[in-house]
Design a binder for this molecule. Structure first.
Ligand code: GLY
Ligand code: MN
Ligand code: MN
Length: 360
């Protein structure tokens, strides 16, 4: 990402600070540190005030931070980040500095108060996340590539699924290819066959595929830090009327979601698009999760498309639409795509077919 993009992110963050009457923010969540500074390492924090940006990390990241961090003065040392901040940031008494209350531990908060007793520390919530939810063109390109890899790998691995092969063997094939083509897997692939497919977040294990099994394959790539997320549910050997009935209901519900989402729609209403269809078909009690979530530098990020969400969809949010029906002890179906929210609808990124696939 270019220097200009980071300059723009800082400007938007400062607008948010000024709206909340804050003089600055101390960012400790690593994903948010990455979004605002470009740093991809495992230990770093940032102080952003109206007229300065400071980045803190330790000796392991001396070289990496020089090449990655954009628009910040970097302080690298083996003292605590707070100590480096106290020695270098010139923070004055009486100002209000925000912190990410969802992520700061009690211990860190105590240390912040000790290191800066005269600063007013103010809780903030989702300040960087709200900026990051609206994707710019380069982020959209990274997400498009992550989804392209996901589609391609699905096409390559699907023919390897045969009676007698294990869930884990297929999960390993998927992961290997995500790493070969991109950064690696976006999350541990879910390959859940037979009754395991009724567990929305099953862990791929030693179970072998058998005729009559639905297989929930929820697997995707990460590219340039950005996460795709896709689920398809083929059936092995033959599809009974029950397989077809449940599959069709989920497919129709997912289409209702794709057809209905657009900028300005509340995420609660977005959830209802898929849920009402499954409820109406009599399977509501088996739809045991929400409709979707935001994607970006994390696999699950804002907004949440759920019945209790307060979020509203905005242009260039990237979200999943992923209804499912899960019948305990029998099996389940989920169909999941990634979409870019637009003014009057959405662009569906995944190209993998959603017709019921029967694997022989
Ligand atoms: N792959 C996890 C999810 O769909 O949310
Ligand atoms: Mn998902
Ligand atoms: Mn998924």
């Amino acid at each position: 990402m270019s220097n200009l993009i980071y300059a723009n992110r800082l400007e938007r963050l400062k607008e948010s600070l000024s709206k909340q009457n804050l003089d600055g923010i101390y960012i400790t969540n690593l994903t948010n540190v990455r979004y605002i500074s470009g740093f991809t390492g495992s230990a770093g924090s940032c102080l952003v005030t109206m007229d300065s940006q400071h980045f803190f990390s330790d000796g392991r990241y001396l070289t990496q931070s020089k090449s990655e961090v954009k628009g910040f003065q970097c302080f690298i040392g083996n003292e605590s980040h707070l100590k480096m901040m106290a020695n270098n940031s010139g923070l004055i008494s009486g100002i209000s500095i925000g912190f990410e209350s969802d992520f700061v531990s009690v211990n860190l908060f105590e240390n912040m108060k000790k290191a800066f007793p005269k600063i007013q520390w103010e809780k903030t919530n989702r300040m960087v996340e709200e900026l990051a939810a609206v994707k710019d063109e380069q982020e959209l390109d990274a997400l498009r590539t992550a989804v392209e890899i996901t589609d391609q790998v699905y096409k390559e691995v699907l023919p390897m699924i045969k009676v007698g092969v294990t869930e884990k063997e297929i999960a390993n094939e998927l992961s290997f290819r995500y790493r070969a083509y991109g950064d690696g897997e976006a999350y541990s692939p879910i390959v859940a066959t037979g009754s395991n497919s009724a567990l929305p977040h099953a862990v791929a294990g030693e179970r072998t595929f058998a005729k009559g099994d639905f297989i929930v394959i929820d697997a995707a790539a990460k590219y340039a830090g950005y996460h795709a997320d896709m689920t398809r549910t083929p059936v092995v050997g033959r599809a009974t009327d029950r397989h077809r009935e449940i599959y069709d209901i989920v497919k129709e519900a997912q289409q209702k979601g794709l057809d209905g989402v657009k900028a300005g729609l509340s995420c609660k209403d977005a959830d209802a698009l898929t849920r009402n269809h499954i409820d109406g078909a009599g399977y509501g009690e088996y739809y045991i999760h929400s409709t979707g979530h935001g994607l970006g530098l994390e696999i699950h990020t804002m907004p949440r498309l759920s019945a209790v969400s307060q979020d509203v969809l905005k242009e260039n949010y990237v979200v999943t639409i992923e209804p499912g029906i899960y019948i305990p002890e029998w099996g389940g179906v989920r169909i999941e795509d990634d979409v870019i929210i637009q003014k009057d609808g959405c662009e569906v990124l995944n190209q993998t077919s959603k017709e019921l696939m029967i694997l022989n």
